[in-house]
Ligand binder design. Sequence first.
Ligand code: BES
Ligand code: MN
Ligand code: MN
Length: 451
Amino acid sequence: MTYYEQHQPDFLEGLKTFLRIPSISTLSEHKLDIIRAAEFARDELAAAGMTAAELIEGPGNPLVYAEWLGAPGKPTVLFYGHYDVQPPDPLDEWHSPPFEPTVRGSDLFARGAADDKGQVYIQIKAVEGLLKTTGKLPVNVKFLLEGEEETGGEHIEEYVKSRPPRLKADAAVVCDTEMFAPELPTICVGLRGIVYGELSVEGANHDLHSGIYGGAAPNPIQAIAEILCALKDRNGHILIPGFYDRVVPPSAKEREAWGRLPFNEKEYTENEMGARELVGEPEIPLFERTWARPTLEVHGIRGGFTGQGAKTVIPARATAKISTRLVADQRPEEAAEQLRAAIQAACPKGVTAEFKVLHSGAPSLTNPDDPFIHASAEAMRQVFGKETVYIRSGGSIPIVGVFDRYLGIPSVMMGFGLPDDNLHAPNEKFHLPNFYRGIQAMARYLELLGA
Ligand code: BES
Ligand code: MN
Ligand code: MN
């Protein structure tokens, strides 16, 4: 039995301990849990045998840094992941408490199980196995973990921007994406970017009786609805002037490969999404809509009366959280300006509208012919026993663009989540066979890179 097979129970217990820490970055009352999670990761890295393992304290949540540099002449890889998680609400929809990790069948349920603690743990345990069994690593390895990914925190970006010599590497390994289907090893070569912000609309300076003033008073919630309808049409086309100008369509080769992916649209729609039918730009194929086209979504609208029963009021103000996903070669700053201008142009009379960006990140595309990508595909092929597929993803991991821009290195996105892992939703899970095989594939990857 190999080290990796023998230690599966320990890996599971260790991951459960990590998952019990509610390191929710968006809620300030969990600041201590953030610190505990960072320290946990640091201690695990030290115990795994990394020669340096420390917290980098700065203005935001600590970064975790570790290194093992005992392979002179060999490449250096920089492992990235995040130890923060999303809030668990709505709590009453969880079948077991979000921070009491529970195994049901071959899945481990907990907030952060797949996104991203389980995948961070894969990286740590891969390195641990090699160090414990051979006393060394086949290549030089660095870790940079962050605790603000889920809030779009930009402290890691500031740190990377300063180009600290210790971050020098030949490639990054980002373990924070999904496989296209169970058992199907997958490399993600494209991510969307994002501009996330808050739209604030103000009408009268106080709430008004809707009978007495209705017909004369401006209504900020109605205004938000009108603005949103002016930004995107009923077919999912974004109406913001200039928004599509920089959009690069996928190549014929990529389109053709996407068409060959094993996929059942009915099962995706009805079971995975639990929806009745798919929407969006009708003339664009599905994967292109979710991976290679920009989108505009509203996440929540606050304002007026939402309590029990009825109250006839015209609210004085309302806000909406909205975001747009960007694709190559759109630029976050430019997209934000275009969005802002379109909001002003669509703002109805009687109200003022203000758009404030909360965070943003650039889209990214990786060259699939990079040798670091090829080695990863081969490592996963060997461990999973199937040819690795290349996909893109609609989600955003801003660090990928940052590594490209400031360190000049490609990011190898080998991820082991599954489409039904319920990321950011109740009953998030990690498929345990993927966890164990992910550890082996990551170790195999380092071996191939060192060979
Ligand atoms: N790991 C996800 C992104 C992801 C999920 C990429 C699945 C590919 C496949 C990441 O933690 C995430 O949720 N990112 C946020 C962006 C962030 C800036 C708030 C997102 O995509 O909403
Ligand atoms: Mn993630
Ligand atoms: Mn996430």
